[in-house]
Design a protein around this ligand. Structure first.
Ligand code: ZN
Length: 425
């Protein structure tokens, strides 16, 4: 890679760098962030009480509510003159979350994002079409930083319509693309419908910002003839680019020299490797907006063991859901990822689904809408019966199951909402 990036090459090097940066961060927030100074003082914690990575459990957690309550600049840990840029997340409820960056923060982000492109096999020879949003949102700006840092050609289209995306894909012969998974599917189906498959030169898709099933991924890869990579990130921790899967596709490597990922159970205790819990992130290099044990509300698990690719970067699974998406139906806790998984294993079904929860006569009701796969000619009622049986056996619930025709559910360019809980309305 033609970039200045001191990436640790062994596990030992990684651990010592993590420790050094962890202790720096603890001192930095204590001395320079009034927000964290207050949190440390509340529990009587001093930087001297923290001597190594194991002491992370002594540190207080940070919640999304706290970020919102301290809107817009309450988490700033450097003098404002050192801040060169801000971004903000859309925020589904209430105030936006604002993130601030020093020049070094932007450089670190560019390096992390460039590593992501490198892991996806993109080189300075590639032309990369960016279909995600620009502006306050971190996505477009983040992808572009990394493409330029790597030395590839950025084609910053943003969320334009399908026609412009396809026109540029053909005219400029772009070789890589970044988009959300819902848009990847929409675009793949449109390219196929118009018979443009052999006019495009795409080989790599970097897909981010929401979870998707294996089935949806296979379909996008098949229709566009590309290899896809799952990228993760959020506004609070730079933006996209904090981790990506490698060519082995056996989990997402995260840049553990810049970030510590913990997986915690609902009581705040560490989950054993392999078990699902909430992803909690501590930044190690961030100057303007360091975060200590930030509760992301994303559900995933640590992947034990080493990746065959030899990277010293640790791995987590894909984002398997959100703590907010997790719902309780007649006493059973359900992650939408469990339903994803069962759909993937049912050959008569497409990848899309929608869950609607309601309360009728004091009793919870659930409707699960599914799509038949493209070209399905069989009896949809049979598929409904079969899938209901699978749900009963595997998850222990019996919702009303409806199988619609292929493309019977909405597709969007933004994140697709799948769970509609209307029980408290
Ligand atoms: Zn790997």
């Amino acid at each position: 890679m033609a970039i200045q990036d001191n990436m640790p090459s062994s596990k030992e090097e990684m651990l010592s760098l993590q420790k050094e940066r962890f202790l720096w961060t603890v001192n930095h927030v204590f001395n320079n962030s009034p927000f964290y100074r207050r949190k440390f003082d509340e529990i009587g914690l001093k930087p001297g009480d923290i001597s190594g990575l194991d002491d992370i459990v002594k540190l207080p957690v940070t919640t999304k509510e706290e970020l919102r309550d301290n809107y817009p600049f309450g988490l700033m840990a450097v003098p404002e003159r050192d801040v060169v840029r801000i971004h903000a997340s859309s925020g589904t409820t209430g105030k936006k979350t604002v993130a601030y960056y020093t020049q070094k923060d932007l450089d670190d982000w560019a390096n992390m994002m460039a590593r992501c492109w490198h892991y996806a096999g993109v080189t300075p020879e590639d032309r990369v079409q960016i279909t995600v949003g620009y502006g306050l949102w971190t996505a477009g700006a983040g992808f572009q930083l990394g493409i330029e840092r790597l030395g590839a050609m950025a084609v910053p289209v943003g969320p334009a319509g399908n026609d412009l995306q396809m026109e540029l894909m053909i005219d400029l012969q772009t070789t890589a693309i970044c988009c959300t998974s819902s848009y990847a599917l929409l675009l793949a189906e449109e390219v196929t419908r118009k018979g443009l498959g052999d006019k495009i030169k795409l080989k790599v898709g970097v897909i981010g910002s929401e979870r998707w099933s294996d089935k949806m991924r296979q379909r996008v890869e098949e229709l566009l003839g590309i290899e896809t990579f799952d990228i993760i990130g959020m506004t609070e921790t730079y933006g996209p680019g904090t981790g990506i899967d490698c060519k082995e596709h056996s989990g997402i490597h995260y840049w553990s020299d810049h970030l510590i990922f913990e997986i915690l159970d609902p009581d705040g205790n560490p989950c054993p490797p392999g078990e699902q819990g909430e992803l909690v992130i501590t930044t190690l290099s961030k100057e303007a907006m360091p975060l200590i044990r930030y509760k992301t509300r994303d559900i995933t698990r640590e992947i034990p063991g080493e990746c065959p690719c030899g990277s010293p970067m640790l791995r987590i699974d894909r984002i398997l859901g959100r703590t907010d998406d997790m719902f309780k139906f007649r006493g059973v806790i359900i992650f939408p990822s469990q339903i994803d998984h069962l759909i993937t294993q049912t050959e008569e079904l497409g990848s899309e689904y929608q869950i609607r929860l309601n309360r009728q006569d004091g009793r919870d009701s659930m409707v699960l809408r599914l799509e038949a796969r493209e070209g399905f000619k069989g009896d949809k009622q049979e598929v409904e019966k079969k899938f209901l049986n699978t749900l009963k056996t595997m998850i222990g619930v019996s919702p009303k199951v409806e199988v619609l025709d292929y493309e019977g559910l909405p597709r969007t360019e933004r994140k697709t909402k799948r769970v509609y809980d209307e029980r408290d309305l």
